[in-house]
Design a binder for this molecule. Structure first.
Ligand SMILES: Nc1ncnc2c1ncn2[C@@H]1O[C@H](COP(=O)(O)OP(=O)(O)O)[C@@H](O)[C@H]1O
Ligand SMILES: [Mg+2]
Length: 395
């Protein structure tokens, strides 16, 4: 979708802002450009919408060399979001959002309807915020308007230059989550600039790590964290990259364990007997249709933990003894979330579901195995410090 071919930008004073850049961004892909200040990220962006012309090399959009495309025509196909947002202070939020449709000559009503739809999409109620002026919004809200405005003409490509750089960390995380949700339905081709490695790995399908004017590594977040291509990249992603990797490694079915499972309407005494036979302390409880209900302990089934019969009453059905389970996650959730869910619920395991369907449980052992799996994927590059030390078997 966007292809850089040996692109260089040098200034008259001898500064080479970007040096022989070649990479490709696929359709619907979100690529983050990350690196310290002054390494050429903004220059890279601005060459895509021709705010800056390369000194040499070519950039292709959908196979066409952009140097042959009229810049105004080109920019209609490219939404642009910057940190300073650049909203017009004397225009309402709705009119700001409708800027491009207005420029494209859409009818006023159609443009305003579209703007309202987009404000809604980025989480701003148009009825509440549409008539406000930018100064009457928080920083995070202004940033949302900036995103809505960039999307207004439905461009296939989005350039975002540190769009969430000026808001506080809590708001930033919120905006990131919403942007990921948005992107999962819109599938824009996105170049996203940030100097924050956490943001880069969280958002990017792939990330380009910039050194001075050059891309040092262009790969998936998991590979960049697990197998930095150069000492510079290793330094940039930080010594805690193993931890960061938790956020980009998903839970897979192979990580799960299968504890005994009982049904809500199973006979409690029989279920207790089965658990005792299997030497299991607890079981997962499912509804009749196989969806997760909760869990029950063998001791609870035998002694009775409550239910209609009251505490201490054994017998009845499993439903009379079962407890709800709040520590669960969907398959594919990042290991970091699994870890934090375990901590939050003080749970030795969490349930993993696919939609409503129960798939298995993830234990600390499974989490450990998953981490090993993620580093083993880069075997050959793995540094000693990355290898998780085996836990010591208990006596
Ligand atoms: N008009 C210019 N003239 C000379 N040097 C420039 C100009 N614009 C940017 N630069 C230099 O190019 C380099 C890359 O800048 P930029 O792309 O803005 O970096 P980043 O966005 O990664 O912080 C910097 O060293 C910057 O000082
Ligand atoms: Mg910049």
């Amino acid at each position: 979708m966007i292809r850089f071919e040996h692109v260089t930008k040098s200034y008259a004073d001898g500064t080479t802002a970007v040096d022989d850049l070649s990479f490709e961004v696929g359709e619907g892909e979100l690529v983050t450009l990350v690196g310290p200040s002054g390494c050429g990220k903004t220059t890279t962006m601005k060459m895509v919408n021709r705010l800056i012309e390369p000194t040499s090399g070519h950039i292709y959009l959908d196979g066409a060399d952009i140097s042959a495309i009229d810049p105004v025509e080109l920019r209609r196909r490219i939404g642009y979001v910057i940190q300073q947002v650049g909203l017009f202070p004397h225009k309402t939020v709705l009119d700001n959002t409708a800027t491009v449709p207005h420029l494209l000559g859409w009818q006023r009503k159609k443009a305003r309807d579209r703007a309202a739809e987009l404000l809604d999409l980025v989480g701003l109620d148009p009825a509440q915020y549409g008539d406000r002026y930018p100064e009457q919004l928080s920083g995070g809200q202004r940033q949302r308007v900036g995103v809505a405005r960039a999307l207004a003409a439905d461009p296939p490509v989005l350039l975002m230059d540190e769009p969430f750089g000026a808001v506080d960390p809590v708001v930033r995380e919120h905006l990131q989550t919403e942007f990921l949700r948005l992107q999962s339905t819109l599938h824009k081709t996105v170049l996203f600039v940030t100097h924050d490695i956490e943001e880069a790995v969280r958002l990017g399908d792939r990330i380009a790590v910039y050194g001075a004017g050059r891309v040092e590594q262009f790969d998936t977040p998991a590979t960049v964290l697990g197998a930095p291509a150069t000492p510079y990249v290793a330094e940039f992603v930080g010594a805690d990259r193993g931890l960061k990797r938790l956020s980009v490694t998903p839970i897979e079915t192979g990580d799960l364990e299968q504890p005994p499972v009982v049904r809500l309407d199973d006979d409690a005494a029989r279920a207790a007997g089965r658990l005792a036979e299997e030497g299991a302390a607890w079981a997962v409880v499912l509804d009749a249709d196989g969806s997760l209900h909760g869990w029950v302990s063998g001791a609870g089934l035998a002694a009775g933990t409550g239910g209609p019969g009251g505490p201490g009453k054994a017998g009845g059905e499993v439903r009379d003894h079962a407890r709800r389970m709040d520590a669960w996650l969907p398959l594919g959730a990042p290991l970091k979330q699994a870890f934090s869910t375990m901590l939050q619920h003080d749970a030795g395991w969490i349930a993993v579901v696919d939609g409503e369907r129960f798939l298995g449980v993830l234990t600390p052992t499974g989490l450990h195995a998953a981490l090993r799996r993620s580093t083993a994927a880069d075997a050959g590059h793995v540094q000693r410090e990355d290898v998780v030390v085996e836990s010591v078997p208990s006596a």
